[in-house]
Design a protein around this ligand. Structure first.
Ligand SMILES: [Zn+2]
Length: 217
């Protein structure tokens, strides 16, 4: 990452708010670098953050003294990096339509070509565990390798990616798809893409989309 990871996190947090993916003090973001993990602080408004507020943490979770207190979801972020070494950024947000699904305890079925091309399947909903708990961290860590986007029952969304932008793009895709899905479901029967079709779309996008190495939008 050529940019200061601390500034990248501030820019990413402001993008989350600007795109309606979270509001107020909710949500948290982190990135992994060769030096360790960088994560947003607990309970500070994103639009007040300066680079000194971003917290440096070792991969084992040690927070050097003299820093802000890290997000209460630190162990969830660390668990994602431990579970899948290709993950270099983790985003946790509270988007409105995803939360509607989370309230129902439902995942997001694979209902659009875009979702299929990006994920190759559905977004699961993990059973409720309290925010900040070890149980929630363990649950997300065991799912994130197979599912880079997961809905947390009665809570929100976690996405992971190779870059912070990719993790935020994925959160935006899941939220927009959830909005369309709920609208469609209110009007009639929603058609899900069969598993083999979703996987084929994912392979197609990996092999053919973009200019090489880019993430589908
Ligand atoms: Zn949360």
């Amino acid at each position: 990452m050529s940019q200061d990871p601390r500034q990248a996190l501030i820019d990413g947090a402001l993008r989350l708010v600007a795109q309606g993916l979270t509001a107020g003090l909710s949500g948290n973001l982190s990135v992994a670098t060769a030096e360790g993990i960088w994560i947003t602080p607990s309970g500070l408004a994103y639009d007040t953050l300066s680079v000194e507020d971003i917290v440096a943490v070792s991969r084992e979770g040690t927070v050097a003294p003299g820093q802000r207190r890290p997000s209460v979801e630190l162990s969830m972020h660390l668990g994602c990096y431990r579970a899948d070494h290709t993950v270099l950024a983790v985003v946790h947000a509270h988007p409105t339509s995803v939360i509607a699904l989370a309230m129902l305890g439902e995942g997001l079925p694979c209902v659009t070509d875009s979702l299929a091309g990006t994920l190759g399947g559905a977004v699961p909903c993990l059973p409720y565990e309290p925010s900040g708990s070890t149980a929630l961290a363990d649950q997300v860590a065991s799912a994130i390798g197979a599912h880079p986007a997961v809905i947390l029952a009665s809570h929100g969304l976690v996405t992971a990616g190779r870059t912070l932008d990719a993790a935020i793009d994925l959160a935006l895709l899941v939220e927009r798809t959830a909005t369309s899905y709920l609208l469609a479901r209110a009007c009639g029967t929603v058609h899900e893409l069969p598993n083999e079709v979703a996987l084929a779309r994912r392979r197609f996008v990996q092999e053919r989309y973009g200019q090489g190495g880019s993430t589908p939008k």
